[in-house]
Design a protein around this ligand. Structure first.
Ligand code: BGC
Length: 714
């Protein structure tokens, strides 16, 4: 509830102020989707390139029409739908922009949609094919609801493990986040909507998010926080980027020339448009000059104020045209002028297929963290105690805030297990509110499964990494009552597990969407062999996390100093030789695997220019040495020469493979060229210092049995 209040107070205050402007504009617009392309308007000629069509259209636009396009106008009337809206221009045939939230399904209160697992769960699959399908499902439902700009994915790095939006992201590694972003963006955009990579940049905490200043060095920006956006732009061809609420080094994201012009336009060659997060615009002229294109959700700075600035010469028409052009080019490029959207906000877009996919994604993302004496899978076990509200009445299937989805249903673990076991199963249940009663229920069963959760929501960070309420005590008392205790966690990120030594097994199920209980039952009973891997580190204690000092998080006097620099996530633990509870990239299976025969090619690279053209591959042989079929993730990490000043190991490639029992396959990883380079701040460019780079390959950041070398020469 707290989150909602914050959103109402802060975001929608700005929103409400300028809603008047918006509503007038919105009511001017009529049936956007019923427009008929007028072939006498030359920009409607589909045969012309997007840039040319945009130029032709731009020439026909009045100042008012241009201004209308660079800011939001509330909601389409009379419907209250979507997160943002730009009215159509019927004179010129410009379709409306309908911007919809969607990280784990269509948001903004839409009905009859599919609730997918949280993005962190899909990322934990380490399967880019699955992530692409995740994007396709999301894109299809958004498009079916009339949305043509999908506000997602959230591709920021989980720097602070308590971050209230960790569940919305892909985790703590720049390379993993980048690859997942590419897969999801391509999926979304393949279905019609333009995707929106957010939140740009250094949006890594909720506390003080409307005024917080991230103080971060240039090398860290380049090596840790920019790469997901670089991948989203250069490989994913994302159409829009959302600039964040926060400041980076003293300047708000949506008016930062360094972030918007130097990085996005000049370095990354981004040709789409930048919209603000809701209420994240703070100026007119400064924002325009910085390279910022579109204010959301209103026109406080980019409405009348911008018009006046153009009229009095503070902003040139040519500059305004550049911003308008970026929006138009992107709309043309993505077919928004040429394709009709059959559905609208009231269309039922959920299907049985999407529900199946939701279940599959949840199953593939589950991470088996502990499995002492192979207590799992529970095949044939019919006397089970289900403990915890999460297991029964209140399964926590999603995170809160703008990514909230109205689920059509949520299958609870109790229902899922009951269905899986069929008639005759002895199922006990306790919601865990009374510890003695819960222990009693546990004592009477052969196996006790405690369902525990840590809620996360936009608007506030978790106070710490403890499971809230009495859940730690609950797990301990159940474990004392029944030696066969299993814990299933619903969380959006790391939690501390003081009881880890007392329980036999732990599954991290994340927020697993509408099929929560079915997916959990499938993993518990071995219908699905778990193959998820942690996309973020689970620390052993609160003392050892990288952002432990108050000046790092939540910050002092509104400044959060990124003092850990490059040592984000597992890089920190590795650099300090701290053994976390469960490391990045870790996850068990019901079968066993063996890796052999690592070969890298080429073994030598020449530094400088030619490195950019090098295609480095690593091939490794992997065998399923156990009795069950299963999937494994092959992970490659690079260890740079000490003198490069890099963290000890960094993920540079991965691939997920499925193997039948006894099967062996060769897997080829294409390595990220960045693996062999560092950012040179003085020269403002990437370079590859000469030296020997070690390549380590294995199945977790702390289990890397194979290694080989690659030499970079001058
Ligand atoms: C969030 C965005 C979201 C927007 C629109 C903001 O508060 O930070 O992620 O897209 O609201 O709902």
């Amino acid at each position: 509830m707290k989150t909602i209040n914050i959103r109402v107070n802060c975001v929608y205050l700005t929103f409400a102020i300028s809603l008047l402007v918006g509503l007038t504009a919105a009511s001017r617009s009529t049936a956007a989707d019923s427009r008929t392309p007028n072939q006498s308007q030359p920009w409607m000629n589909k045969a012309l390139p997007a840039g040319q069509r945009a130029n032709l259209l731009l020439r026909a636009m009045t100042l008012d029409e241009k201004i209308t396009l660079v800011h939001g106008a509330g909601y389409p009337t009379p419907l209250k739908a979507y997160a943002g809206y730009v009215p159509p221009n019927t004179r010129l045939g410009i379709p409306a922009l309908k911007l919809g939230d969607g990280r784990a399904g269509v948001g903004n209160g839409a009905k009859d949609v599919t609730l997918l697992p949280a993005p962190i769960a899909a990322s934990a699959s380490w399967d880019t094919v699955l992530m692409n399908a995740f994007g396709r499902v999301l894109g299809e439902e958004e498009w079916g609801k009339g949305t043509n700009v999908a506000l997602g994915p959230t591709i920021d790095i989980v720097r602070v493990p308590e971050w209230g939006r960790a569940f919305e992201t892909y985790g703590e590694d720049p390379y993993l986040n980048g690859q997942m972003a590419v897969a999801e963006i391509k999926g979304i955009q393949s279905q019609g909507p333009i995707a929106d990579a957010n939140m740009y940049l250094t949006m890594n905490q909720e506390t003080h998010r409307f005024r917080q200043d991230s103080v971060v060095g240039e090398r860290t920006l380049q090596e840790i926080y920019l790469p997901p956006f670089q991948a989203a732009i250069q490989q994913g061809h994302v159409g829009t980027i959302m600039c964040a609420y926060v400041k980076t080094n003293g300047i708000f994201s949506c008016e930062s020339p360094h972030l918007l012009s130097d990085f996005l336009r000049n370095e990354l060659d981004f040709s789409g448009w930048v919209m603000s997060d809701w209420g994240a615009t703070h100026s007119t002229v400064a924002a325009v000059r910085a390279g910022f294109d579109q204010e959301m959700p209103s026109g406080r700075y980019y409405g009348q104020a911008l018009k006046t600035a153009v009229e009095n010469g503070q902003v040139s028409t040519a500059t305004l045209d550049e911003h308008v052009r970026r929006i138009l080019v992107t709309m043309f490029r993505h077919g928004l002028f040429d394709r009709r959207q059959p559905g609208n906000w009231n269309t039922n877009v959920r299907t049985a297929e999407q529900a199946l996919f939701s279940r599959k994604a949840a199953e593939q993302g589950m991470v088996l963290l502990k499995n002492q004496s192979n207590i799992l899978p529970l095949a044939g076990n019919r006397s089970i105690a289900v403990i915890g509200a999460d297991g029964g009445t209140k399964p926590l299937a999603e995170g809160g805030g703008s990514s909230h989805v109205v689920p059509p249903y949520v299958v609870s673990p109790l229902e899922g297990i009951r269905k899986r076991l069929g008639k005759g199963a002895q199922l006990g249940y306790s919601d865990g509110s009374d510890l003695a009663q819960a222990a009693d229920v546990a004592r009477r069963a052969a196996v006790a499964i405690v369902f525990a959760s840590a809620p996360e929501s936009e608007g506030s960070d978790r106070p710490n990494l403890e499971l809230p309420g009495n859940q730690n005590e609950l797990i301990s008392s159940v474990a004392s009552a029944n030696p066969n205790t299993i814990v299933v966690l619903n969380s959006g990120g790391a939690v501390l597990m003081p009881w880890i030594g007392q329980v036999r097994a732990v599954i991290e199920a994340w927020y697993s969407g509408q099929e929560d209980g079915n997916a959990i039952a499938a993993v518990l009973f071995g219908d699905v062999n778990p193959s998820g891997k942690l996309p973020l580190t689970f620390p052993r204690t609160a003392m050892e996390i990288p952002t432990n000092a108050p000046r790092q998080w939540p910050g002092v006097d509104g400044r959060s100093v990124y003092a850990e620099e490059l040592d984000v996530g597992y890089r920190w633990y590795d650099a300090r030789h701290i053994q976390p509870l469960f490391p990045f990239g870790y996850g068990l299976s019901y079968t066993t695997f063996k890796l052999t025969h690592l070969i890298i090619s080429p073994q030598k690279l020449t530094g400088g220019q030619s490195l950019n053209d090098a295609r480095v591959t690593a091939t490794v042989s992997i065998a399923n040495t156990g009795r069950r079929a299963g999937a494994q993730v092959v992970e490659a990490y690079v260890e740079q020469p000490k003198t490069n000043g890099e963290p000890p190991r960094q993920l540079c490639g991965f691939a997920k493979v499925f193997l039948r029992s006894g099967e062996t396959r060769d897997v080829t990883l294409t390595l990220n060229r960045r693996a062999f380079s560092i950012y040179d701040v003085q020269r403002a460019r990437w370079k590859s210092p000469a030296g020997t780079y070690e390549l380590l390959v294995g199945t977790s950041s702390r289990d890397l049995p194979l290694s080989t070398r690659i030499t970079v020469q001058r």
